[in-house]
Design a binder for this molecule. Structure first.
Ligand SMILES: Cc1cc2nc3c(=O)[nH]c(=O)nc-3n(C[C@H](O)[C@H](O)[C@H](O)COP(=O)(O)OP(=O)(O)OC[C@H]3O[C@@H](n4cnc5c(N)ncnc54)[C@H](O)[C@@H]3O)c2cc1C
Length: 491
């Protein structure tokens, strides 16, 4: 594991001076340096090394943040942006201490919904549960795309980390659904990126409708894990909310046959999403804590939500789905298609959580520890990856929890072996297992997303040196004093 490096946060200003400045900017009630307030920010659910911040601040507006960035940049004090810390990669653990900027408490307003061009303009702290409720109450004809993350996780955090959600078979990465960003750069400048770039001071609320066609500066902030600046506004695309939605469940026998099933259904262009889990996960979902697969049982199950504006359209999509399953069966693949709404009635509410997102999926959050190798994956390699990773789980006597997704109608996929564990007793074993899984998957071409520091350390040895040098150059140029979430990507 990467050893936590110390950095002298108080090189240029004393702790007292920094505290007083923070109180001047944010007010006494919105600043703390008490260990009891700092502790929750020092760790997450993963096995990433914990580290305490020195301060936490709760911002209310962009002008406070400009003052903060100017001060931190002059005095070389780290700033770690934080929404709810649910990234499952230790990404908000302040590797070098410094100031946690907690957007989740007060910068959490839904600033505008443009019904016509279908987008929502959000402050960084808006959660999935909040957005879903707001749309349901005020704009029921519009929908957003939700991950398997809890309802209290952040929408903007998910989008700027290229999340994959329940419309991703159509949309691909959620990073692609960002229309515009407002950001504060290291020199304290406020920049607006996207079609909102007209206007000197404020942007028209209705001008956040497109990311292109100017040079795409958004890439300077997407997937950078808060290392290049502070996002203070983000516009995300919304989609029509069709009145008819139904989810089908495919049960697949044979460890690798799930791969062609997912790819072929993805290519039909009729499903909103495809997510598959190993059968052990289904057993966890129906409340078997440490399940094993018995001989003759299916290996994987996949969810296929379909939505349509009319019955005719729905039936046409369903027909295509059923025909594709038939064709797969003709090729010798053992797959059954089930109406999951009926199937879920046999079990308890834990199954429905997977269908009615956003929700706290108990099989993911009921243990004290949760970690994963979350990756973008080449879908033609899934047949290789599944048995190798399955074997590693079994070697460690851990139930295989493999989660996969098809993105953008089979252009690429997600391969995510997940491990839930007891933090107090299993951390070392689980980290060893995850390290082996990581090595197999990287060798198989997978690219970890939301990668923790120990994983980026491995990646740095594998990637093209030109890419790495460019990354370093951009980081240095964007953040010469290394104040923004220092340590990520081993910077
Ligand atoms: C049980 C569980 C299941 C999950 N399932 C999925 C899933 O199916 N699909 C999926 O995509 N994700 C999934 N996730 C991850 C989750 O969706 C996202 O990572 C999360 O929404 C990010 O929001 P957050 O509030 O946790 O952000 P945080 O963890 O607080 O921050 C995320 C990153 O963004 C940076 N950051 C935060 N705010 C700013 C800002 N204002 N400016 C610049 N940088 C900033 C942080 O420093 C950090 O690096 C899951 C998480 C859990 C716990």
């Amino acid at each position: 594991m990467t050893i936590t490096k110390e950095r002298n946060v108080f090189e240029k200003a004393s702790k007292e001076e920094i505290y007083n400045k923070l109180v001047e900017i944010f007010g006494e009630n919105n600043v703390s340096q008490k260990p009891v307030d700092l502790y929750p920010y020092s760790y997450d659910m993963t096995e990433s090394d914990p580290h305490m911040p020195d301060f936490v601040v709760i911002p209310e507006n962009v002008y406070q943040l400009v003052k903060l960035v100017n001060f931190a940049n002059t005095n070389k004090v780290p700033i770690v942006p934080y929404i709810s810390g649910n990234n499952v990669g230790g990404l908000t653990i302040p590797e070098y201490g410094g100031i946690i900027v907690d957007f989740g408490k007060k910068m959490n307003k839904i600033l505008h919904i443009n019904e016509n061009m279908m987008y929502a303009l959000l402050e960084p702290g808006v959660t999935f549960g909040q957005l879903q409720k707001y749309l349901e109450n005020n704009y029921p004809h519009l929908r957003y795309s939700y991950p398997f993350a809890p309802p209290y996780a952040g929408v903007v955090g998910n989008a700027i980390l290229s999340g994959m959600n329940n419309l991703s078979c159509k949309l691909g990465s959620m990073g692609d659904s960002i229309n515009g960003l407002e950001v504060i750069t290291a020199d304290g400048e406020i920049a607006r990126i996207g079609s909102c770039f007209y206007g000197e001071k404020e942007a028209d609320l209705d001008s956040w409708w497109s990311r292109y066609p100017m040079p795409d500066l958004m890439g300077l902030f997407i997937n950078w894990q808060g290392m290049t600046g502070l996002v203070t506004k983000c516009a995300v695309q919304l989609w029509p909310n069709p009145p008819i939605t139904k989810t089908f469940l495919a049960v697949v026998f044979g460890l690798t046959d799930i791969a062609p099933v997912m790819r072929e259904i993805g290519r039909t262009e009729v499903v909103d999403d495809i997510s598959a889990v190993s059968i052990e996960v289904i057993k966890m979902t129906v409340n078997l804590p440490e399940p094993i697969k018995l001989p003759g049982e299916p290996d994987f199950a996949a969810l296929f939500p379909i939505s349509a504006k009319t019955e005719n359209l729905f039936n046409a999509k369903k027909e295509i789905l059923e025909k594709t399953i038939e064709e797969l069966r003709d090729k010798g693949i053992k797959v059954l298609l089930v109406d999951v709404d009926e199937f879920s009635k046999l079990f308890n509410l834990r199954v429905r959580c997977y269908l009615d997102l956003p929700a706290a999926l108990l099989s993911l959050v009921e243990y004290s520890g949760l970690t994963w190798f979350g990756s973008y994956a080449p879908t033609h390699k899934l047949e290789e990856l599944i048995p190798k990773v399955n074997r590693l789980f079994l070697n460690y006597n851990v139930p295989p929890f493999i989660y996969m997704k098809i993105m953008k109608h089979s252009h690429y996929g997600i391969f995510r072996p997940i491990i839930r564990y007891k933090k107090s007793s299993e951390e070392e074993k689980i980290h060893k297992l995850l390290t082996e899984i990581t090595e197999v998957c990287i060798d198989g071409g997978c690219i970890p997303y939301k990668a923790p520091i120990w994983m980026t350390e491995k990646l740095r040895k594998k990637v093209n040196p030109g890419w790495l040098n460019l990354l370093e150059k951009v980081k240095k140029w964007m953040d010469p004093n290394n104040i923004f979430n220092p340590g990520r990507w081993n910077t």
